[in-house]
Design a protein around this ligand. Sequence first.
Ligand SMILES: [Cu+2]
Length: 147
Amino acid sequence: MPNRLKFLWLILLLLTGVAYAQGPSVSASHVWIREAPPGVDTLAAYLTLTNHTGETLTLSNVSSTDFNSVTVHRTLQNNGMDSMVAVPHLSIPAHQSVKLAPGGYHLMLMQPIKPLYDGDLVMLTFTFSDHSSLSIMAPVRRDAPQS
Ligand SMILES: [Cu+2]
């Protein structure tokens, strides 16, 4: 792993550690953004959201200072054709995780403020139905991480 990536992961681990210390309602893991092909101004972000509370929470908003618009999408496969639908109210059941991963749920990041490449970091801010919020740094990657 290149040193620069090690450093980024260290920052991510520290941020996650701080979030845990404050006892967040929801935490994020396996976070990454797929680098867009040249000329494409829509990127997909993937992560796992874990609800640490005893009640179902809904993701009420996602924003990023690096994009004009962020929405939750779901990829659907119908007769071999992929299509995407908006998911306005993603639910995370009590003490459970929801995976946003290729082929299923994802964040659709639209109209980046500047071009983003492998190794860049993007801040994403999530707000949930209990009014708690979570900000994370998501690394842009050319290829899917092994996990
Ligand atoms: Cu999408």
